[in-house]
Design a protein around this ligand. Sequence first.
Ligand SMILES: Cc1cc2nc3c(=O)[nH]c(=O)nc-3n(C[C@H](O)[C@H](O)[C@H](O)COP(=O)(O)O)c2cc1C
Length: 405
Amino acid sequence: MTRRRFPRWHEVRPYLRTGPIRRSSIDRRLASAATIPDLRSVARRHVPRAVFDYVDGAAESETSLRRSRDAFARVEFVPRVLQDVSNVDPSTSILGRRAALPIVFAPTGFTRLMHQAGEPAVARVAERMGIPYALSTLGTTSPEDVAAAAPGADRWFQLYLWNDREAALDLVRRARAAGFTTLVLTVDTPVAGARLRDIHNGFTIPPTLSVRTFVDMTLHPGWWFDKLTTEPLRFAVFSETGGTVADLIDRVFDPTITIADFAWLREAWDGPLVIKGIQTVEDARAVVDAGADALVISNHGGRQLDRAPTPLEQLPGIVDAVGDRAEVYLDGGVLNGADVVAAVAMGARAVLVGRAYLYGLMAGGERGVERAGAILTKELTRTMQLLGARCIDDLDTSRARLRDR
Ligand SMILES: Cc1cc2nc3c(=O)[nH]c(=O)nc-3n(C[C@H](O)[C@H](O)[C@H](O)COP(=O)(O)O)c2cc1C
Protein backbone atom coordinates (compact mmCIF):
# COMPACT_ATOMS: atom_id res chain seq x y z
CA MET A 1 0.00 0.00 0.00
CA THR A 2 1.22 3.53 -0.90
CA ARG A 3 2.17 5.66 2.10
CA ARG A 4 1.08 9.31 1.69
CA ARG A 5 2.66 12.46 3.16
CA PHE A 6 2.20 16.21 2.89
CA PRO A 7 4.37 17.73 0.14
CA ARG A 8 6.96 20.30 1.27
CA TRP A 9 6.85 23.88 -0.09
CA HIS A 10 10.16 23.59 -1.97
CA GLU A 11 8.79 20.53 -3.76
CA VAL A 12 5.58 22.30 -4.87
CA ARG A 13 7.12 25.63 -5.84
CA PRO A 14 8.76 24.51 -9.15
CA TYR A 15 5.30 23.50 -10.47
CA LEU A 16 3.76 26.90 -9.87
CA ARG A 17 5.49 28.76 -12.69
CA THR A 18 6.55 27.08 -15.92
CA GLY A 19 8.20 30.02 -17.67
CA PRO A 20 9.01 33.72 -17.45
CA ILE A 21 6.08 36.05 -16.76
CA ARG A 22 5.06 37.54 -20.12
CA ARG A 23 4.51 41.25 -19.98
CA SER A 24 1.80 41.74 -22.56
CA SER A 25 -0.97 39.73 -24.10
CA ILE A 26 0.89 39.98 -27.43
CA ASP A 27 3.95 38.34 -25.89
CA ARG A 28 1.75 35.63 -24.41
CA ARG A 29 -0.03 34.90 -27.64
CA LEU A 30 3.22 34.84 -29.62
CA ALA A 31 4.97 32.65 -27.08
CA SER A 32 2.13 30.14 -27.33
CA ALA A 33 2.81 29.74 -31.07
CA ALA A 34 5.36 26.97 -31.65
CA THR A 35 4.91 26.72 -35.42
CA ILE A 36 3.90 28.94 -38.34
CA PRO A 37 0.46 27.24 -38.49
CA ASP A 38 0.10 28.18 -34.77
CA LEU A 39 0.88 31.80 -35.69
CA ARG A 40 -1.67 31.53 -38.47
CA SER A 41 -4.32 30.54 -35.91
CA VAL A 42 -3.43 33.51 -33.71
CA ALA A 43 -3.56 35.80 -36.76
CA ARG A 44 -6.97 34.49 -37.75
CA ARG A 45 -8.41 35.55 -34.40
CA HIS A 46 -6.86 39.01 -34.43
CA VAL A 47 -7.63 40.57 -37.79
CA PRO A 48 -10.88 40.96 -39.73
CA ARG A 49 -11.87 37.95 -41.74
CA ALA A 50 -11.44 39.76 -45.09
CA VAL A 51 -7.86 40.75 -44.21
CA PHE A 52 -6.96 37.23 -43.09
CA ASP A 53 -8.51 35.74 -46.22
CA TYR A 54 -6.68 38.21 -48.44
CA VAL A 55 -3.38 36.85 -47.11
CA ASP A 56 -4.33 33.23 -46.60
CA GLY A 57 -6.29 32.72 -49.80
CA ALA A 58 -5.22 31.88 -53.33
CA ALA A 59 -6.83 31.87 -56.78
CA GLU A 60 -9.96 29.96 -57.81
CA SER A 61 -9.98 26.43 -56.30
CA GLU A 62 -6.64 27.16 -54.52
CA THR A 63 -5.24 23.98 -56.07
CA SER A 64 -1.87 25.57 -56.97
CA LEU A 65 -1.25 26.48 -53.33
CA ARG A 66 -2.48 23.16 -51.99
CA ARG A 67 -0.22 21.25 -54.37
CA SER A 68 2.79 23.36 -53.40
CA ARG A 69 2.20 22.43 -49.76
CA ASP A 70 1.51 18.79 -50.59
CA ALA A 71 4.84 18.61 -52.44
CA PHE A 72 6.68 19.60 -49.25
CA ALA A 73 4.78 16.87 -47.41
CA ARG A 74 6.06 14.35 -49.98
CA VAL A 75 9.71 15.17 -49.21
CA GLU A 76 11.72 12.33 -47.75
CA PHE A 77 15.02 13.33 -46.16
CA VAL A 78 18.09 11.10 -46.21
CA PRO A 79 19.93 11.61 -42.91
CA ARG A 80 23.54 10.81 -42.10
CA VAL A 81 24.32 10.06 -38.45
CA LEU A 82 27.43 10.54 -36.29
CA GLN A 83 28.44 13.80 -37.98
CA ASP A 84 29.12 16.13 -34.97
CA VAL A 85 26.35 18.62 -35.59
CA SER A 86 26.93 20.61 -32.39
CA ASN A 87 27.52 23.68 -34.56
CA VAL A 88 25.72 24.00 -37.85
CA ASP A 89 26.12 26.97 -40.16
CA PRO A 90 23.00 27.71 -42.23
CA SER A 91 24.50 30.81 -43.87
CA THR A 92 24.86 31.06 -47.62
CA SER A 93 25.67 33.48 -50.39
CA ILE A 94 22.85 35.15 -52.31
CA LEU A 95 23.83 37.22 -55.35
CA GLY A 96 27.33 37.62 -54.00
CA ARG A 97 26.31 38.73 -50.49
CA ARG A 98 26.40 36.70 -47.33
CA ALA A 99 22.95 35.82 -45.93
CA ALA A 100 22.55 34.25 -42.49
CA LEU A 101 19.93 31.82 -43.87
CA PRO A 102 18.85 30.72 -47.36
CA ILE A 103 15.64 32.73 -46.90
CA VAL A 104 14.36 35.97 -48.45
CA PHE A 105 11.26 37.81 -47.20
CA ALA A 106 9.09 37.92 -50.33
CA PRO A 107 7.47 41.09 -51.68
CA THR A 108 3.89 41.46 -50.49
CA GLY A 109 1.54 44.30 -51.41
CA PHE A 110 -0.57 46.31 -48.91
CA THR A 111 1.52 45.15 -45.96
CA ARG A 112 0.22 47.88 -43.62
CA LEU A 113 -3.22 46.37 -44.05
CA MET A 114 -2.13 43.34 -42.04
CA HIS A 115 -0.73 45.51 -39.24
CA GLN A 116 0.03 49.21 -39.17
CA ALA A 117 3.72 48.46 -38.50
CA GLY A 118 3.84 47.21 -42.12
CA GLU A 119 6.90 47.08 -44.35
CA PRO A 120 9.33 48.86 -41.96
CA ALA A 121 8.70 46.16 -39.33
CA VAL A 122 9.33 43.36 -41.83
CA ALA A 123 12.46 45.07 -43.16
CA ARG A 124 13.84 45.58 -39.63
CA VAL A 125 13.34 41.92 -38.77
CA ALA A 126 15.08 40.92 -42.03
CA GLU A 127 17.93 43.25 -41.07
CA ARG A 128 18.28 41.65 -37.64
CA MET A 129 18.07 38.15 -39.12
CA GLY A 130 20.67 38.99 -41.79
CA ILE A 131 18.46 38.05 -44.76
CA PRO A 132 17.22 40.06 -47.77
CA TYR A 133 13.83 41.76 -47.82
CA ALA A 134 11.97 42.61 -51.05
CA LEU A 135 9.67 45.65 -51.07
CA SER A 136 6.68 45.42 -53.44
CA THR A 137 5.65 47.98 -56.07
CA LEU A 138 2.29 47.76 -54.29
CA GLY A 139 3.90 48.56 -50.95
CA THR A 140 2.27 50.86 -48.45
CA THR A 141 5.63 52.39 -47.42
CA SER A 142 7.93 54.24 -49.82
CA PRO A 143 11.38 52.88 -50.76
CA GLU A 144 12.94 55.87 -48.97
CA ASP A 145 11.06 55.17 -45.72
CA VAL A 146 11.93 51.46 -45.81
CA ALA A 147 15.58 52.42 -46.34
CA ALA A 148 15.44 54.75 -43.33
CA ALA A 149 13.80 52.07 -41.18
CA ALA A 150 16.28 49.32 -42.04
CA PRO A 151 19.45 50.94 -43.36
CA GLY A 152 21.52 47.78 -42.82
CA ALA A 153 19.12 45.36 -44.54
CA ASP A 154 19.88 43.90 -47.96
CA ARG A 155 16.92 45.62 -49.63
CA TRP A 156 15.47 44.35 -52.91
CA PHE A 157 12.85 46.20 -54.92
CA GLN A 158 10.10 44.25 -56.68
CA LEU A 159 8.77 45.82 -59.85
CA TYR A 160 5.56 45.31 -61.73
CA LEU A 161 5.89 46.84 -65.17
CA TRP A 162 2.83 48.93 -65.85
CA ASN A 163 1.87 50.75 -69.02
CA ASP A 164 3.61 53.98 -68.08
CA ARG A 165 7.19 52.80 -68.67
CA GLU A 166 8.67 56.21 -67.81
CA ALA A 167 7.00 56.12 -64.37
CA ALA A 168 8.26 52.56 -63.83
CA LEU A 169 11.76 53.70 -64.71
CA ASP A 170 11.47 56.61 -62.28
CA LEU A 171 10.54 54.18 -59.55
CA VAL A 172 13.54 52.00 -60.36
CA ARG A 173 15.80 55.06 -60.09
CA ARG A 174 14.24 55.97 -56.74
CA ALA A 175 14.89 52.47 -55.43
CA ARG A 176 18.49 52.67 -56.65
CA ALA A 177 19.00 56.06 -55.00
CA ALA A 178 17.55 54.68 -51.75
CA GLY A 179 20.21 51.94 -51.74
CA PHE A 180 18.15 48.96 -52.89
CA THR A 181 20.67 46.42 -54.18
CA THR A 182 18.56 44.13 -56.34
CA LEU A 183 15.64 44.49 -58.74
CA VAL A 184 13.00 41.75 -58.88
CA LEU A 185 10.70 41.78 -61.91
CA THR A 186 7.49 39.81 -61.34
CA VAL A 187 6.23 38.30 -64.59
CA ASP A 188 3.29 36.11 -63.59
CA THR A 189 0.76 38.91 -63.28
CA PRO A 190 -0.34 40.09 -66.77
CA VAL A 191 -3.87 40.18 -65.31
CA ALA A 192 -5.18 39.51 -61.82
CA GLY A 193 -5.89 35.97 -60.67
CA ALA A 194 -9.42 35.30 -59.44
CA ARG A 195 -9.17 35.28 -55.64
CA LEU A 196 -12.60 34.07 -54.81
CA ARG A 197 -12.37 34.65 -51.06
CA ASP A 198 -11.82 38.38 -51.74
CA ILE A 199 -14.81 38.46 -54.07
CA HIS A 200 -17.04 36.64 -51.57
CA ASN A 201 -15.88 38.91 -48.74
CA GLY A 202 -16.49 42.06 -50.82
CA PHE A 203 -12.90 42.98 -49.99
CA THR A 204 -11.72 46.39 -51.21
CA ILE A 205 -8.68 48.57 -50.60
CA PRO A 206 -9.10 50.62 -48.48
CA PRO A 207 -11.81 48.65 -46.61
CA THR A 208 -15.23 50.23 -47.08
CA LEU A 209 -17.55 51.07 -44.23
CA SER A 210 -20.66 48.92 -44.23
CA VAL A 211 -22.87 47.22 -41.67
CA ARG A 212 -20.56 44.26 -41.89
CA THR A 213 -17.55 46.51 -41.19
CA PHE A 214 -19.19 47.88 -38.06
CA VAL A 215 -19.91 44.39 -36.77
CA ASP A 216 -16.32 43.50 -37.50
CA MET A 217 -15.11 46.53 -35.50
CA THR A 218 -16.64 45.07 -32.38
CA LEU A 219 -14.96 41.72 -33.03
CA HIS A 220 -11.49 43.11 -33.86
CA PRO A 221 -11.29 46.45 -32.04
CA GLY A 222 -7.48 46.38 -31.86
CA TRP A 223 -7.04 46.16 -35.62
CA TRP A 224 -9.57 48.91 -36.25
CA PHE A 225 -8.11 51.15 -33.55
CA ASP A 226 -4.68 50.82 -35.19
CA LYS A 227 -6.13 51.52 -38.63
CA LEU A 228 -8.04 54.61 -37.58
CA THR A 229 -5.35 56.15 -35.38
CA THR A 230 -2.29 55.76 -37.63
CA GLU A 231 -1.35 57.07 -41.10
CA PRO A 232 -4.10 56.20 -43.59
CA LEU A 233 -3.48 53.10 -45.64
CA ARG A 234 -2.38 54.01 -49.14
CA PHE A 235 0.01 52.85 -51.81
CA ALA A 236 3.36 54.51 -51.47
CA VAL A 237 4.00 54.92 -55.19
CA PHE A 238 0.54 54.90 -56.78
CA SER A 239 -2.09 57.55 -56.45
CA GLU A 240 -4.49 55.12 -58.11
CA THR A 241 -6.54 53.40 -55.40
CA GLY A 242 -10.07 52.26 -54.81
CA GLY A 243 -11.88 49.09 -55.76
CA THR A 244 -10.79 45.51 -55.39
CA VAL A 245 -7.19 44.41 -55.66
CA ALA A 246 -8.04 42.68 -58.90
CA ASP A 247 -9.51 45.92 -60.30
CA LEU A 248 -6.32 47.73 -59.46
CA ILE A 249 -4.07 45.10 -61.02
CA ASP A 250 -6.17 45.06 -64.15
CA ARG A 251 -6.15 48.86 -64.36
CA VAL A 252 -2.47 49.37 -63.71
CA PHE A 253 -0.61 46.35 -65.09
CA ASP A 254 0.29 45.68 -68.63
CA PRO A 255 -0.60 42.44 -70.40
CA THR A 256 1.50 43.46 -73.44
CA ILE A 257 4.81 42.91 -71.60
CA THR A 258 7.26 40.60 -73.45
CA ILE A 259 10.86 39.51 -73.16
CA ALA A 260 11.82 42.67 -75.11
CA ASP A 261 10.75 44.78 -72.11
CA PHE A 262 13.04 42.72 -70.01
CA ALA A 263 16.00 43.62 -72.24
CA TRP A 264 15.10 47.28 -71.82
CA LEU A 265 15.06 46.91 -68.05
CA ARG A 266 18.35 45.03 -68.11
CA GLU A 267 19.85 48.15 -69.73
CA ALA A 268 18.30 50.47 -67.15
CA TRP A 269 19.35 48.56 -64.02
CA ASP A 270 23.03 47.87 -63.47
CA GLY A 271 22.63 45.74 -60.31
CA PRO A 272 21.49 42.12 -59.98
CA LEU A 273 18.20 41.40 -61.74
CA VAL A 274 15.88 38.62 -60.55
CA ILE A 275 12.89 37.38 -62.56
CA LYS A 276 10.05 36.13 -60.35
CA GLY A 277 7.28 33.88 -61.57
CA ILE A 278 9.11 31.38 -63.82
CA GLN A 279 7.27 28.08 -64.13
CA THR A 280 8.89 26.18 -67.01
CA VAL A 281 12.35 25.18 -68.23
CA GLU A 282 11.76 27.05 -71.51
CA ASP A 283 11.05 30.36 -69.76
CA ALA A 284 13.95 29.84 -67.35
CA ARG A 285 16.30 29.50 -70.34
CA ALA A 286 14.77 32.51 -72.08
CA VAL A 287 15.18 34.93 -69.16
CA VAL A 288 18.70 33.74 -68.36
CA ASP A 289 19.64 34.12 -72.04
CA ALA A 290 18.26 37.66 -71.79
CA GLY A 291 20.55 38.45 -68.85
CA ALA A 292 18.74 37.52 -65.60
CA ASP A 293 21.12 36.92 -62.70
CA ALA A 294 18.58 34.82 -60.82
CA LEU A 295 15.04 33.57 -61.12
CA VAL A 296 12.29 32.58 -58.73
CA ILE A 297 10.31 29.47 -59.57
CA SER A 298 6.97 30.72 -58.37
CA ASN A 299 3.26 30.65 -59.08
CA HIS A 300 2.77 33.66 -56.80
CA GLY A 301 1.82 31.48 -53.87
CA GLY A 302 -1.07 30.09 -55.95
CA ARG A 303 -2.63 33.54 -56.26
CA GLN A 304 -2.51 33.81 -60.04
CA LEU A 305 -2.89 30.78 -62.36
CA ASP A 306 -4.73 27.96 -60.63
CA ARG A 307 -3.52 24.40 -61.30
CA ALA A 308 -0.10 25.83 -62.16
CA PRO A 309 3.11 23.76 -62.12
CA THR A 310 4.29 22.96 -58.59
CA PRO A 311 7.57 24.81 -57.86
CA LEU A 312 9.28 22.00 -55.94
CA GLU A 313 8.56 19.58 -58.79
CA GLN A 314 9.89 22.05 -61.38
CA LEU A 315 13.05 22.74 -59.39
CA PRO A 316 15.38 19.89 -60.51
CA GLY A 317 14.68 20.41 -64.24
CA ILE A 318 15.18 24.18 -64.05
CA VAL A 319 18.37 23.86 -61.99
CA ASP A 320 19.68 21.37 -64.56
CA ALA A 321 18.89 23.76 -67.39
CA VAL A 322 20.23 27.07 -65.99
CA GLY A 323 21.77 26.41 -62.56
CA ASP A 324 25.32 26.98 -63.80
CA ARG A 325 24.41 30.42 -65.21
CA ALA A 326 21.93 31.86 -62.70
CA GLU A 327 20.83 31.42 -59.12
CA VAL A 328 17.53 29.59 -58.76
CA TYR A 329 15.12 30.39 -55.93
CA LEU A 330 11.71 28.96 -55.20
CA ASP A 331 8.60 30.00 -53.34
CA GLY A 332 5.04 28.99 -52.51
CA GLY A 333 3.67 27.15 -49.53
CA VAL A 334 6.77 27.31 -47.31
CA LEU A 335 5.56 27.07 -43.72
CA ASN A 336 8.43 25.26 -42.00
CA GLY A 337 12.22 25.61 -41.88
CA ALA A 338 12.40 21.99 -43.03
CA ASP A 339 10.68 23.04 -46.30
CA VAL A 340 13.58 25.44 -46.85
CA VAL A 341 16.11 22.67 -46.18
CA ALA A 342 14.32 20.39 -48.68
CA ALA A 343 14.28 23.05 -51.41
CA VAL A 344 17.96 23.86 -50.89
CA ALA A 345 18.90 20.16 -50.98
CA MET A 346 16.97 19.82 -54.23
CA GLY A 347 18.91 22.66 -55.84
CA ALA A 348 17.47 26.03 -54.77
CA ARG A 349 19.94 28.70 -53.69
CA ALA A 350 17.30 30.27 -51.46
CA VAL A 351 13.60 30.26 -50.71
CA LEU A 352 11.21 33.21 -50.57
CA VAL A 353 8.57 33.23 -47.86
CA GLY A 354 5.46 35.40 -47.92
CA ARG A 355 2.55 34.19 -45.82
CA ALA A 356 4.79 32.81 -43.07
CA TYR A 357 5.93 36.29 -42.02
CA LEU A 358 2.55 37.87 -42.77
CA TYR A 359 0.86 35.50 -40.29
CA GLY A 360 3.38 36.76 -37.74
CA LEU A 361 2.69 40.38 -38.68
CA MET A 362 -1.07 39.91 -38.30
CA ALA A 363 -0.61 38.04 -35.02
CA GLY A 364 1.62 40.59 -33.33
CA GLY A 365 3.17 43.29 -35.53
CA GLU A 366 6.96 43.45 -35.57
CA ARG A 367 7.29 40.99 -32.67
CA GLY A 368 5.12 38.57 -34.61
CA VAL A 369 7.40 38.77 -37.65
CA GLU A 370 10.32 38.25 -35.29
CA ARG A 371 8.60 35.16 -33.89
CA ALA A 372 7.98 33.80 -37.41
CA GLY A 373 11.68 34.30 -38.20
CA ALA A 374 12.73 32.58 -34.97
CA ILE A 375 10.45 29.61 -35.64
CA LEU A 376 11.77 29.16 -39.20
CA THR A 377 15.38 29.51 -38.03
CA LYS A 378 14.96 26.96 -35.29
CA GLU A 379 13.23 24.45 -37.56
CA LEU A 380 15.82 24.91 -40.29
CA THR A 381 18.76 24.49 -37.92
CA ARG A 382 17.26 21.50 -36.15
CA THR A 383 16.48 19.79 -39.47
CA MET A 384 20.08 20.30 -40.62
CA GLN A 385 21.31 18.78 -37.35
CA LEU A 386 19.00 15.78 -37.61
CA LEU A 387 20.08 15.34 -41.23
CA GLY A 388 23.73 15.42 -40.25
CA ALA A 389 24.36 18.50 -42.44
CA ARG A 390 26.84 20.94 -40.92
CA CYS A 391 26.62 23.62 -43.60
CA ILE A 392 24.58 24.51 -46.66
CA ASP A 393 27.09 22.80 -48.96
CA ASP A 394 26.27 19.50 -47.21
CA LEU A 395 22.71 19.84 -48.50
CA ASP A 396 22.90 18.23 -51.92
CA THR A 397 20.48 16.17 -53.96
CA SER A 398 21.44 13.01 -52.08
CA ARG A 399 19.76 14.44 -48.93
CA ALA A 400 16.13 14.86 -50.08
CA ARG A 401 13.86 13.19 -52.57
CA LEU A 402 10.19 13.37 -53.47
CA ARG A 403 8.06 10.32 -52.74
CA ASP A 404 5.15 9.52 -55.03
CA ARG A 405 2.71 10.03 -52.18
C1 LIG B 1 -0.75 39.03 -49.30
C2 LIG B 1 0.23 38.78 -50.41
C3 LIG B 1 0.60 39.82 -51.23
C4 LIG B 1 1.53 39.61 -52.26
N1 LIG B 1 1.93 40.67 -53.04
C5 LIG B 1 2.90 40.48 -53.98
C6 LIG B 1 3.42 41.58 -54.71
O1 LIG B 1 3.01 42.72 -54.52
N2 LIG B 1 4.38 41.33 -55.63
C7 LIG B 1 4.86 40.06 -55.87
O2 LIG B 1 5.74 39.88 -56.72
N3 LIG B 1 4.40 39.01 -55.17
C8 LIG B 1 3.44 39.18 -54.23
N4 LIG B 1 2.99 38.12 -53.50
C9 LIG B 1 3.56 36.78 -53.74
C10 LIG B 1 4.80 36.58 -52.85
O3 LIG B 1 5.86 37.39 -53.23
C11 LIG B 1 5.28 35.11 -52.92
O4 LIG B 1 5.46 34.74 -54.26
C12 LIG B 1 4.28 34.16 -52.25
O5 LIG B 1 3.71 34.75 -51.13
C13 LIG B 1 4.98 32.87 -51.86
O6 LIG B 1 4.09 31.98 -51.28
P1 LIG B 1 3.86 31.84 -49.67
O7 LIG B 1 3.05 33.03 -49.29
O8 LIG B 1 3.08 30.58 -49.55
O9 LIG B 1 5.22 31.84 -49.03
C14 LIG B 1 2.06 38.31 -52.48
C15 LIG B 1 1.68 37.27 -51.64
C16 LIG B 1 0.78 37.48 -50.60
C17 LIG B 1 0.40 36.33 -49.70
